[in-house]
Each structure stands twice: as C-alpha cells, then as structure tokens.
Design a protein around this ligand. Structure first.
Ligand code: HEC
Length: 230
C-alpha cells in the first residue's frame, strides 16, 4: 500500500505531496510543544481552531456572540471534533453553557464574565454571595485535587460550587441590596446542566505532552446541538 501510494505520487510528479505527511506531523508536533496549557479542553480548542482567548476589550457577551456564529447558529448543523478521551459529550455541552452569556430560558452559564479566557480568572474580586464582600476570583484550572471550594471551603464538590452560583443568581435578581453582582444573576442552569458544566471543569486538568498529543490525534466528530431546552 505504501509503495502503491508512492508510485501514484511519483506518477503525478508531486514530490511536494510526498513531503506532506512529514510536514503535517511536525506542525502538530509544534502545536504540542508550544501549548501553554495541555488539558483535554485545550486539545479540543486547538483541533477546532476555536479562539482561545478574549481580544481587546471583548467581554463575555461579545465572545459568546462570536462563538455562537462559529457553532452554526442559523447556518444549520455544523460538525465539531472533540478528543475521544477526557472530553465527553457532557463536557462539550458544559463548555457551551460555560461560555454562553445570554439566550432564552436555561443553558446560560455566563461564567466567562469573571472566569475569563484563557486563564479562567479575570484577576479581580467579585461579590457572588459567598461572603459579605467581594472575593478574589480563582482560576478554574487544576481543581481536581481540591477537597473543598470557595475561600472558606463551604462547597464540598464542583457541582455544589456551581449550584451555589445558580442559587445566588436568584438573590442577585430579586434583592439588589444583597450586593450580589448582576453577572451572577444572568446564570440560568438546571441541575442536569450544572452536572454538565462540572464535567467540563473536570476537562481542565493538565496532562503530559505525550498524552496531549494523543488527545489531538484520537478524535470524535459530532454535530452541535444549540437548543439548550432539550
Ligand atoms: C460575577 C463573577 C463570577 C461569575 C459570573 C462566575 N463566577 Fe465562579 N467564582 C467567582 C468568585 C469571586 C469565586 C470565589 C468565591 C469564593 O471564594 O468565595 C468563584 C468561585 C468559583 C468556583 C470555586 C473554585 C475554587 O477553587 O474554590 C467554581 C468551581 C466556579 N466559581 C465556577 C463557576 C462557573 C461554572 C460559573 C458559571 C456558571 C461561574 N463560576 C460564574 C466569580 C464568578
């Protein structure tokens, strides 16, 4: 088979073509070497060539608007790739809700309003209702080993920490005097969606570069479902 391919390439006189597999490999080698972060999520972003950070004075809403059109808003169904391991369909749905800053009904995380990309923190203090005053916004990378969440350890699991944001969002909408920021009030997630966002956060763990390369190579292709009420 290898020989046959070589003969065909020779027949079309295309030394260039013959050189292509090697070039493609060194290009993906560079992607692996140059990667600042090596989690399944980062492999997912790179394989789809999705923009990994905010630019200029872009905010959470601008980024979602940009990504929503990339994900095929009106154009019908588009296909995305995801790593076969480490980035489940739940994590993929969780990612979309994490960056979704507005829309109808549920499926809105608005998380990047404070956990901005690519570090998952804006480096600022925010009042999200876990204390009487604003608290430093932590990065959401490398949370797997943590045994408790928030500054006072008052959430035992990722699901609980996310659910607290959802519940405090209700406070932000109903009682401005409570001081909880309105960005928290934009969050609207069902219990199932909270679990999917948690699955996404679990895809933010760094891995060895050799495994990162495997994530980039072994991919699943699937359509995008942008109807979050389903
Ligand atoms: C208004 C800003 C803001 C928004 C919006 C926001 N967060 Fe947070 N988040 C924070 C702050 C501030 C903390 C720290 C709170 C504390 O320590 O008491 C935090 C803490 C967390 C933690 C705990 C991390 C740790 O190390 O303890 C998780 C998990 C988390 N956020 C996930 C999310 C998710 C998921 C969303 C979207 C559904 C979200 N956040 C939306 C500001 C925000």
């Amino acid at each position: 088979m290898w020989i046959k391919t070589t003969v065909v390439f020779a027949a079309v006189g295309a030394l260039l073509f013959a050189a292509q597999p090697a070039r493609a490999q060194s290009a993906s080698g560079r992607v692996v070497e140059d990667a600042k972060y090596t989690s399944p999520y980062d492999a997912f972003m790179k394989m789809n060539r999705f923009r990994e950070q905010f630019v200029g004075d872009e905010d959470a809403g601008d980024y979602w608007g940009f990504m929503e059109s990339r994900l095929g808003n009106q154009a019908g169904r588009i296909l995305i790739k995801r790593p076969a391991e480490g980035f489940s369909d739940d994590a993929f749905r969780g990612w979309m809700m994490f960056i979704r800053a507005y829309g109808d009904a549920t499926g809105i995380g608005n998380c990047t309003a404070c956990h901005t990309l690519p570090d998952f923190t804006d480096g600022q203090k925010h009042h999200i209702g876990t204390a009487d005053e604003p608290v430093d916004t932590p990065s959401l990378r490398n949370l797997a080993k943590k045994k408790a969440f928030f500054h006072n350890g008052s959430a035992a699991t990722l699901e609980e920490a996310i659910q607290r944001h959802v519940d405090n969002g209700r406070i932000a909408r109903q009682d401005k005097r409570a001081g909880v920021e309105i960005e928290v009030g934009k969050i609207a997630l069902t219990e199932k969606q909270v679990r999917e966002v948690a699955a996404f956060l679990r895809s933010l763990e760094p891995v060895e570069r050799s495994q990162f390369r495997d994530y980039l190579i072994n991919v699943v292709i699937q359509p995008v479902e942008l109807d979050f009420a389903k």
